[in-house]
Design a protein around this ligand. Sequence first.
Ligand code: GCB
Length: 618
Amino acid sequence: MLYPIENKVREVKNLSGIWKFKLDEKNVGMEEKWFEAPLEDWIPMAVPASYNDLLTDSNCKEHVGYVWYEKEFIIPNSWDGKRIVLRFGSATHHAYVYVDGKQVAYHKGGFLPFEVDITEMMEKSTLENHRLTVALSNVLDWTCIPCGEVISKEGDGYPDGFHFQETYFDFYNYSGIHRPVKIYTTPKTYMEDIVIQTKVEGLNSNCPEGRLLTMEDYKKVERATLPTADSAVVKVKIQSTDSVKAVMVLDETEAVIAMETCFRCTETDGKRNYEAELKLENPTLWNPGAAYLYTLRVEGESDVYSETFGIREIETTENRFLINGRPFYFKGFGRHEDSEIHGKGLDDALNIRDFNLLKWIGANSFRTSHYPYSEEHMMLADREGLVVIDEVPAVGMCFWDGQQVFGGNRVNEETLKHHLDTLQEVYERDKNHPSVVMWSVANEAATHEEGAVPYFEKVIQRMKELDDTRPVTMVHTTGADGDKVSQWLDVICVNRYYAWYTDHSHLEVIGLQLEKEMRRWHEKYHKPVILSEYGADTIAGYHKLPAVAFTEEFQCEYLNEFHKKFDQLDFMIGEHVWAYCDFQTKQGLNRVDGNKKGVFTRNRQPKMAAYELRKRWK
Ligand code: GCB
């Protein structure tokens, strides 16, 4: 799916701003067809944003079910004769979209874009002002990813109609139109999709010889001259209803450095598929921390589209993750799209602050735990040279009370279908981002269950069918002995909280338990291992000597125990601290206004551990 861009033949109207909003307190709006007429008794609401923290009433904040959004828009006369598309960056989680009272789209899944062609409707309409209505439901059940369940309780001690949304994941179920809504035009014949894959020839990784174990060893690799290549082949596939005339590659100075006007063209269902290969001599590679972005410009009879891309090679071995032939050690975080007031709403200022902090601390990577982040976020990662493990929202497929998740009446065929659809959507959205070096198909699923085996075989296989250029991982909570699915993965990611959720505060167990367990993973699968989460809740400004749990001193000592051991294990290829920032969760006995494992506060200021990490990583 292409991102909406503006150029000489395409225009974009951004509908961000204040919309009309109405809480469907009794969830009757669908039955009463609220979409047929302008909303009554509405209140103003910001888009993009989560609505939850903008309201003052806890019933609204915690509402389970529908809310309604409405916005008027105008299609200018200058758009006559153009194709018109309505596009949502994301809407969480089920969106029913109506234009002038007629349903035009439905989308399930709160973290990915969807769009609908409204050309015909606009051409037939005599209205000057159009009404866009969105009925949005935040209900999560076992057919959704993330999984959830609405719990109702009756009888003694419970008021009538008592119910709440149960979730099996540790972030607040923020809801709303989280990313921009845009209306864009293309010519009537247009480029529908572009896939760019690159292959490097004559790669010189310039990698200094020597052992690779400690952070210092890896730093030597980082400081060496950047990898180079003699040439690169840029393979382009274009799906288009327009006839493609030329494909060219521009460098960062906007000079055209390669061009092709001859294509292999096949036709299916009225859509033409064009394929071309362009050769670049002495390309500048996209490297972590040293990004270089080329632009692919596709010119058709009527349409034009430009997409940025980077040239880089990825490979995994038994104990290495190679980017451009050079061993890469993941330093960084699991994160969330989360902030005060905005919730999960796109906030460009926040994203800029985040990337500056990531660079300041010396992080070279992050995981989009536990769902795909905004397209705008991914573009920044490409530009800033941050390496991304791109995760789909398959979180909450684990129970702590031993109940079966897979193969029973919880995760079911419908969940699998939605999971596979989501893989396809995330691939289609993110395939051309050089920053994306690996897909994560789930976080902490019950992979010890028999039922997880056929499920994840299909999930992992599908991801590999979609993309054979990137490794696939999933993030584990299950132990190596119990796990039944990692034979299909390329990299093992494990989350561990020794001395926090187990043996609380006993830092002395960390090194021993970590080594024993990580060795077990590596012996069983012979694949490189990343500790994808480790961390301790820390109250900013809380200090004690000697350190005790929840103090800033304790967080430093805690992380340090892990680091000492990482530096002794050759097959460990990365450390992602949990978490980048404090973030909001549902209310719970061990969550005082959210999860406090952040190395930065929710307001993006450093705790003491940030300086410690900076010393280690920089
Ligand atoms: C985990 C989860 C993450 C939680 C974290 C914690 O294993 O993957 O979503 O927030 O633990 O802090 O408990």
